[in-house]
Design a protein. Structure first.
Length: 397
């Protein structure tokens, strides 16, 4: 029997995970990636909950564990670097998790796990899609047109492939925060802890360890939607300089590194809301379909879970319409649960005044205290552990 052919757009997390499972289930998979080579940049992400079970099934957990950033937990500090609250790794359900890894390292692990069985096309992208009854004809920027049985968009929150498939139907919903990430030189005082600092004016600075001898830093600030993500990098750097010049703590150090940095990422923090993830012979997965925002800590994990479910349902049904329907039915409640941000997010984590920051740090200090942790352990039995499973992962043949 002829293998069903699938084109996947995007070679970050969702795309290669989807390709891994599709190949295992007997599909012929091609991945097209706009970048000329695998993009290895990016910040700290984690693989947690149901996604951790999936990478175990993939045989990749040990590789992810070996590439761990070594982060010990998160410390909240004031302008004088005094610790106001401390959340060690894995002890609180907050912050640092068991499998912390740089985005680029995870992408490399997934690429290495698929490169022998999946065709990769780098330095190209889809410019047109003709979705017919029996096949999808795809036009590329550089490669000759080709036909596939299915086409899947897995290329991020600003996916151009998604627009070719669904037009303006999906909505990118801004949640009120701009964020920027960059890599900065490590200094002697940096250690294996992540640090979070709040400055007046609803501004936050973070530094986190990596496993490459450098430090990962980030800025975030509350703002009305102003289209900053559309500006060029020089203009974005100037906005960050103006916004954080008087922020205190390590702002001078991070802004000095910003000037020469080549890996600055600046974007609005948004969610993708789409009434449907499939159409004809086309579908989308990961951030392109349902980006939950970094505020949830579930972006990479949701991409892994979504890719597994989509591949599994396609293997289960010969008719792609039935597979797509099952994919949406199973995954949508899980996505909605994750995208449902807690009350006060993101404003609570970005207090505006010194008084607000003091209250924020006091509350965190209480939450991180030993007595509170002891009390919480009394209620962390089997029932609580089971409640963490927000989706029942099917076992696919």
């Amino acid at each position: 029997m002829k293998k069903r052919t699938v084109l996947v757009s995007g070679a970050s997390i969702a795309g290669p995970t989807l390709a891994f499972w599709l190949h295992r289930f007997g599909f012929d998979v091609t991945i097209v990636e706009r970048a000329d080579e695998l993009r290895l940049g990016g910040q700290n992400i984690d693989v947690r909950d149901e996604a951790q079970k999936i990478v175990q099934m993939m045989g990749l957990e040990s590789k992810i564990r070996a590439a761990n950033t070594g982060e010990l937990g998160v410390r909240f500090v004031d302008a004088n670097h005094r610790i106001k609250a401390e959340f060690p790794k894995g002890n609180s359900g907050f912050g640092t998790t068991e499998l912390e890894i740089l985005r680029g390292d995870l992408a490399k692990i997934l690429y290495d796990a698929t490169k022998e069985n999946v065709s990769y096309i780098f330095g190209d992208y889809i410019t047109a899609i003709e979705d017919a009854e029996n096949e999808v004809t795809v036009t590329f920027k550089n490669t000759s047109p080709r036909s596939f049985d299915l086409v899947i968009a897995a290329d991020g929150i600003r996916s151009t492939t998604r627009k070719l498939m669904f037009g303006d139907e999906p909505v990118v919903k801004y949640i009120g925060v701009y964020c920027s990430y960059l890599t900065i030189p490590r200094i002697e005082s940096d250690n294996a802890w992540a640090y979070w600092y709040n400055a007046p004016g609803s501004r936050v600075l973070n530094i986190r360890p990596d496993n490459e001898g450098t430090t990962r830093a980030s800025f975030s600030f509350l703002s009305p939607e102003k289209g900053y993500e559309k500006l060029d990098i020089t203009e974005q750097k100037e906005i960050l300089k103006q916004t954080f010049t008087d922020a205190g703590w390590q702002s001078v150090r991070i802004l000095d590194a910003l000037v020469a940095s080549k890996d600055v990422y600046f974007d609005s923090i948004s969610q993708v809301k789409a009434p449907r993830w499939t159409k004809g012979r086309c579908a989308m997965v990961g951030d392109a379909a349902y980006c939950p925002t970094p505020m949830t800590g579930m972006g990479a994990s949701l991409s892994i879970v979504g890719a597994y479910v989509l591949a599994g349902e396609l293997s289960k049904y010969k008719n792609h319409h039935e597979a797509f329907e099952a994919y949406e039915k199973l995954l949508r409640p899980y996505v909605q649960n994750i995208q449902n941000l807690p009350p006060g997010v993101p404003w609570m984590a970005h207090p505006k005044t010194k008084m607000g920051i003091a209250i924020f740090n006091t509350v965190l200090g209480i939450a991180s205290s030993k007595i509170v942790k002891k009390i919480s352990k009394l209620f962390s039995g089997k029932e609580k552990k089971e409640s963490k499973e927000r989706i029942h992962l099917p076992k696919y043949d």
